[in-house]
Design a protein around this ligand. Structure first.
Ligand code: NAD
Length: 297
């Protein structure tokens, strides 16, 4: 395969996503400001760059997966940023979850320099990133999507073209609001059950086969029973996505309510110093509010 690929931002999502690009035979150059995040990929055959600049020098198609809009805008628009340094004709694909205004701005500035840009946020969590089953929500030109599709296919089979730049991150924020609300209603329900003397396994089994079932229930075995709150998906990232959802709803004058309740829980977790933990950790906050004490040993 001749196309050269770059990947910047190798955290909980970017690392396994880049690993799947590599496994499919693409020549891959990687960069993360945390050098440890590159080690496993270099061991698997990727080339480590010393800077983001080196990635765009080496690769024709560069994917990025950073925390949010401030980091993405800094990387793309700062001094020696990706848009300034990418060769005209090459492609930048941002897979981070950001404000819709970010890809709109990046696309127009990239185009002005003859650089192609596509927004492509993802959903499916770290499990989906490892299994290459992510949903990918692209916004931007169809021709750009077709150019990068063979690479995106190595990351996830469900690739959608939602609309122009900004549309991908709009549906992503809607998805995450729904996912967060689902998750929190599940947690509140399970804690009522615990106080009523039921056990988690039994509730999980019954609800999985009943009308209250949702993807959120996967957290019962992944996080709640083992009490493993390693991310996964960090509280601070969900908080950011709910901010995005609220800003879209506010701009459109839609009076939304559930997202506000979901964000109150993220705020409580941030205030408790749990921002770097998985969003499932909110279960422990609701337990405390409910007066459930348990031996953390
Ligand atoms: P993370 O915090 O684990 O990883 C972010 C990585 O970006 C880190 O390794 C960090 O060192 C690196 N980084 C930040 N700024 C950089 C820069 N300027 N140059 C190079 N590297 C830089 O976050 P994550 O969970 O991997 O999430 C990444 C994006 O994907 C976020 O927008 C998040 O909302 C989204 N997302 C996450 C999940 C999930 O389950 N974790 C699921 C879907 C979407």
């Amino acid at each position: 395969m001749t196309v050269t690929v770059g990947f910047i931002g190798l955290g909980n999502m970017g690392n396994p996503m880049a690993g799947n690009v590599l496994k499919n035979g693409f020549t891959l150059t990687v960069f993360d400001k945390n050098r440890v995040a590159m080690q496993n990929l270099v061991a698997a055959g990727a080339v480590a760059a010393a800077s983001a600049r080196q990635v765009v020098d080496k690769a024709e198609i560069v994917l990025t997966c950073l925390p949010g809009s401030p980091e993405v805008e800094e990387l793309y628009l700062g001094a020696q940023g990706l848009i300034e340094c990418t060769r005209p004709g090459n492609v930048l694909v941002d897979m981070s979850s950001v404000l819709p205004s970010t890809p709109r701005k990046l696309e127009s500035l990239a185009k002005a320099r003859g650089v192609e840009f596509l927004e492509a946020p993802v959903s499916g969590g770290v499990t989906g990133a490892r299994a290459a089953t992510l949903a990918i929500m692209t916004g931007g030109d169809e021709v750009v999507l077709e150019r990068v599709r063979p690479i995106l296919r190595t990351i996830g089979p469900n690739i959608y073209r939602v609309g122009p730049a900004g549309a991908g991150n709009t549906v992503k924020a809607i998805n995450n609001m729904m996912s967060s609300v689902n998750s929190l209603t599940m947690m509140e329900g399970l804690i009522v059950g615990l106080k009523a003397g039921l056990d988690l396994e039994t509730m999980h089994a019954v609800i999985k086969d009943s009308s209250g079932n949702s993807n959120a229930l996967a957290r019962v075995h992944r996080a709640l029973i083992p009490r493993n709150f390693e991310p996964g998906f960090k509280v601070q990232l969900m908080n950011k996505d709910l901010d995005t959802f609220h800003s879209i709803a506010r701009e459109l004058h839609v009076p939304v309510s559930f997202a506000n309740i979901a964000q109150r829980y993220q705020q409580a977790a941030l205030a408790a110093g749990l921002g770097e933990q998985d969003t499932s950790v909110i279960f422990t906050l609701i337990e405390r509010l409910a007066g459930i004490t348990r031996d953390q040993g």
